[in-house]
Design a protein around this ligand. Structure first.
Ligand code: AP5
Ligand code: MG
Length: 191
């Protein structure tokens, strides 16, 4: 199995690069953000709860997203691998993911961290906000998403560095340039 965490700040390109990874390696894309936005769109109870946090740029509670992951594993038992996009975002999510993967007799192969400076992140998100309809792509909410990332999510890098899994990828350049940096990391290893 090939299991990848695509890691990075809001706007770093996790969703964009995930799509290319799915096309090339046929792994299952799991984006907790997309799942939650879908719940909001369908006016479910889960969506209603999630929206309270997402609209302010805060994290949805750990137990809620961990349950979503658990459920997904049940529905995709035979995948050749997974790409985790936007999960884990806290230490507790990271530890839960490790436990879930051990139960499936597998593990994370790479944590690819897309490194982009704040100036570019903000530019990309403001630009997307003009067309995306995402209610968290506003200047105020972008600021709080970045703060949440640095305070609650970025510390996970240390967790994965200690496991020897963290690979920093320069996240600036064209989408294809960035993908070829990612491909090199995956293809030169015998995961
Ligand atoms: P989530 O949906 O995960 O959003 P995010 O992390 O804020 O990141 P984005 O989706 O905005 O950016 P991205 O890194 O995917 O970049 P993209 O490829 O789109 O989470 C949203 C919210 O849901 C959270 O705030 C939280 O409330 C909740 N949530 C989700 N998961 C959770 C969890 N595990 N625990 C708790 N809460 C959770 O690119 C961004 C833009 O840049 C696009 O317009 C793209 O076209 C453009 N772009 C991409 N690459 C390039 C490039 N190379 N050059 C120029 N532009 C580029
Ligand atoms: Mg995304």
């Amino acid at each position: 199995m090939l299991n990848i965490i695509i890691f990075g700040a809001p706007g770093s390109g996790k969703g964009t690069q995930s799509q290319l990874l799915v096309d090339k390696y046929h792994i299952t894309h799991i984006s907790t953000g997309e799942i939650l936005r879908n719940e909001i769109e369908h006016n479910t109870k889960l969506g209603e709860l999630a929206n309270k946090y997402m609209s302010k740029g805060q994290l949805v509670p750990d137990n809620v997203v961990i349950d979503i992951l658990d459920e997904l594993f049940v529905h995709n038992p035979d995948s050749v691998g997974y790409i985790f996009d936007g999960f884990p975002r806290t230490m507790s999510q990271g530890e839960s993911l490790d436990t879930m993967l051990v139960k499936k007799n597998t593990k994370i192969n790479f944590v690819l961290s897309l490194e982009v400076d704040d100036k570019h992140l903000i530019e990309r998100l403001i630009q997307r906000g003009q067309v995306s309809g995402r209610n968290d792509d506003t200047p105020e909410t972008i600021k709080s998403r970045l703060q949440v990332y640095y305070n609650q999510t970025a510390p996970l890098k240390e967790y994965y560095a200690k496991q020897g899994k963290l690979v920093k990828i320069n996240g600036l350049g064209t989408i294809d340039e960035i993908f070829s940096r990612i491909e090199k990391v995956i293809d030169r290893s015998d995961y």
